[in-house]
Design a protein around this ligand. Structure first.
Ligand code: HEC
Ligand code: HEC
Ligand code: HEC
Ligand code: HEC
Ligand code: HEC
Ligand code: HEC
Ligand code: HEC
Ligand code: HEC
Ligand code: HEC
Ligand code: HEC
Length: 376
């Protein structure tokens, strides 16, 4: 008896949920759920101004890709207050030139699973929150393009913009669709970048249909995992004896690289290697009273960024590291050998303990008046 009434209750509740999902109040309901406990998207809390929020958001301009969008919008903006997500434009699909927008509810008829899954995603939730209760909603077609031709003939590939490598939609159309709202900012150098030229799509790293990562709508749950899907060799170098704390989760590939492209090889965020390193190791930047020439030139003269089996990420052990460049001056003239080690025939302090660094301890440069030879 109790079991029966529980089942009935459950059925009623599920039914109610379904009704709510489909009713015209559904989206208001979802907005309330999404923002429970915080201010709705279009009413910034008192501490943050609208321009503060604008600065924090990624580069997004829903009016940017004019040529891509034409003037198709899923719904006419009806004079109420605009939000950043309002009136999402619909990109054109070159493979379905005559298609019209049919609205998110029509997609849900055949794609119930994807619709439920995507309801929690940043984009779909935001597009829904941004649109009024009237007219067809752009929350699917803002990315997938106008759907009327696809709905009539779902089996014909290409009639809907799809974002996978085996889809009929060309990669260029896929990336242009995302860029039609996300052009500029960090993606200013996407065209011509190593990733663009090697045919990557935005969706090799991002999956806006799910919520796999806390932020960045990534395809995996962390940035380092996303990169490691293809750059396993680099990820493996971070397991070497000496490495920066990337496996430990304290830094990530994008602390140094911009995967969307940059003006520096290889996709570095700053103009030079040294600028990248000194964003965190500022004390190595100088200027010093006595500069050590190779340090100012390039940190990679002595260090490897991704990991090394030598101490301190060095490319070679000391003294070999130093003797690559210092073999023909006065005191280090003699090339040091195994016999000069502590247990060799002619032990030499230059290869014992910290080797050259026993005496030349301030190797990145010195500000001490007596530090010309980096002793202090
Ligand atoms: C090689 C992987 C990769 C590719 C390809 C890629 N992204 Fe990203 N993207 C990332 C990562 C990683 C982040 C997170 C960066 C961070 O948190 O600093 C990110 C962040 C973003 C952000 C949010 C933060 C911001 O303002 O930069 C946007 C928007 C974005 N990507 C859009 C795109 C678009 C559009 C494309 C296709 C043209 C694209 N991405 C291609 C890896 C990629
Ligand atoms: C009449 C039912 C129907 C409607 C309405 C419909 N679809 Fe589809 N859709 C399908 C079917 C069936 C497939 C699978 C086709 C296949 O695998 O050959 C599909 C496939 C897709 C794909 C994958 C395409 C590919 O090439 O991988 C996307 C994306 C998609 N639909 C999005 C949408 C969107 C967005 C809408 C609303 C504008 C929509 N669909 C409306 C039935 C429909
Ligand atoms: C922010 C852009 C964006 C929005 C909005 C969006 N999608 Fe997608 N959708 C994508 C991307 C990207 C993929 C490819 C995901 C992947 O890498 O597998 C995709 C994949 C799909 C697929 C194919 C799934 C498969 O397994 O091949 C369907 C169907 C689909 N979306 C339907 C929808 C529906 C329905 C909505 C609205 C509720 C929607 N999408 C909203 C970007 C979007
Ligand atoms: C119709 C416009 C539009 C399209 C198309 C679009 N986005 Fe977005 N995207 C947005 C908006 C709006 C936001 C929320 C941030 C904002 O307001 O600037 C956003 C946020 C993001 C973020 C940042 C998430 C975060 O946590 O900060 C990423 C990454 C992103 N989009 C990737 C993509 C990718 C990949 C595609 C293509 C599959 C895509 N977007 C297509 C409008 C769009
Ligand atoms: C889908 C596979 C894929 C993913 C995921 C990927 N990359 Fe790449 N990456 C490539 C390919 C392919 C190249 C070109 C390699 C070459 O030319 O030898 C490349 C090249 C690079 C380069 C060298 C660029 C140059 O100018 O030589 C860097 C740096 C890089 N990727 C960083 C990243 C970072 C950081 C991520 C994660 C945010 C990432 N990649 C994710 C495929 C990928
Ligand atoms: C501390 C900064 C830093 C971090 C973190 C970092 N890199 Fe690099 N990366 C560099 C520098 C500097 C170079 C240039 C190396 C050179 O010129 O020899 C480079 C080169 C590369 C290259 C091209 C040449 C090569 O060595 O294969 C790829 C690909 C790459 N990085 C991918 C990644 C990936 C993937 C991650 C995350 C797992 C990552 N990097 C993390 C600084 C970094
Ligand atoms: C995002 C910040 C960041 C950037 C950029 C960065 N590092 Fe580091 N680095 C760290 C952190 C964090 C540690 C660990 C410090 C600690 O354990 O006290 C570290 C440690 C090191 C160490 C000591 C390693 C050891 O085994 O003790 C060296 C050497 C080093 N970094 C060189 C570089 C070089 C060269 C670059 C440029 C290619 C660079 N770093 C860029 C954050 C960074
Ligand atoms: C001439 C070779 C050389 C160059 C070039 C060089 N380093 Fe070093 N670095 C070393 C040596 C040797 C050590 C070990 C020092 C020790 O054990 O006292 C070291 C140690 C470090 C450490 C870890 C210990 C500490 O002092 O904090 C960091 C971080 C570091 N270097 C960063 C950099 C940065 C950043 C650059 C570029 C601006 C750079 N190095 C250029 C040789 C070099
Ligand atoms: C990539 C080449 C290179 C490497 C590696 C290198 N140095 Fe240097 N070093 C130089 C150059 C170039 C100068 C400047 C010489 C000059 O001004 O005459 C210099 C200057 C010096 C000086 C001051 C010389 C003087 O006459 O004032 C000392 C001491 C020194 N290095 C020690 C070391 C030690 C110890 C190491 C190893 C930890 C090392 N160097 C690694 C290239 C290098
Ligand atoms: C026991 C201490 C000590 C050790 C160990 C040591 N040096 Fe020196 N080094 C000195 C002193 C002291 C000077 C300064 C000599 C002068 O001013 O005439 C010097 C000078 C130099 C100079 C400047 C050029 C010259 O001949 O005056 C270079 C380069 C140099 N050392 C490199 C090295 C290298 C490379 C090693 C490791 C193989 C090393 N040193 C190990 C004490 C040491």
């Amino acid at each position: 008896m109790i079991a029966l009434s529980l089942t009935v209750l459950l059925a009623v509740m599920t039914g109610l949920g379904g009704v709510l999902l489909w009713s015209s109040g559904a989206q208001a309901q979802q907005t309330d759920n999404a923002s429970a406990g915080q201010a709705p998207a279009h009413q910034p809390s008192s501490r943050l101004s609208e321009s503060d929020i604008a600065r924090m958001l990624p580069s997004t301009d829903m009016g940017a890709g004019a040529s891509m969008h034409g003037d198709m919008h899923a719904r006419a903006f009806d004079g109420s207050q605009a939000t950043p997500f309002d009136a999402a434009p619909i990109p054109q699909n070159p493979l379905a030139p005559g298609a019209d927008a049919i609205g998110a509810k029509s997609c849900a008829v055949c794609h119930a699973l994807e619709t439920i899954q995507a309801s929690h995603s940043l984009h779909v939730a935001s597009f829904r929150a941004g649109s009024a209760n009237t007219g067809p909603q752009a929350s699917c077609e803002a990315c997938h393009g106008p759907g009327s031709a696809h709905a009539k003939n779902p089996a014909a590939a290409g009639l809907i913009i799809a974002f996978t490598h085996d889809a009929k939609t060309p990669i260029e159309t896929q990336t242009r669709t995302c860029l039609s709202c996300h052009v500029g900012g960090a993606r200013q150098h996407w065209i011509g970048s190593a990733h663009q030229e090697r045919g990557l799509s935005c969706t090799d790293c991002h999956n806006p249909m799910t919520r796999s990562s806390a932020e960045g709508v990534l395809a995996k749950d962390s940035i380092n995992q996303v990169c490691a899907t293809c750059h396993q060799d680099v990820r493996a170098q971070f397991n070497r004896r000496s490495h920066m704390p990337l496996p430990e989760g304290q830094i990530s590939c994008v602390d140094c690289h911009n995967p969307h492209g940059s003006i520096t090889q290889p996709l570095l965020k700053t103009d030079t290697v040294n600028e990248t390193c000194t964003t965190c190791h500022a004390e190595k930047r100088g200027p010093f009273l006595f500069e050590h020439a190779p340090v100012g030139e390039n940190c990679l003269n002595c260090h490897s960024a991704h990991g090394s089996n030598q101490e301190n990420l060095l490319v070679l052990p000391v003294p070999m590291l130093c003797q690559q460049c210092h073999t023909n001056s006065q005191h280090p003239n003699d090339l040091l050998t195994r016999q000069n080690l502590r247990n060799g025939l002619v032990p030499d302090e230059r290869v014992m303990e910290r080797s050259c660094l026993n005496c030349h301890s301030n190797i990145h440069g010195s500000n001490n008046p007596n530090g010309a030879k980096f002793h202090q």
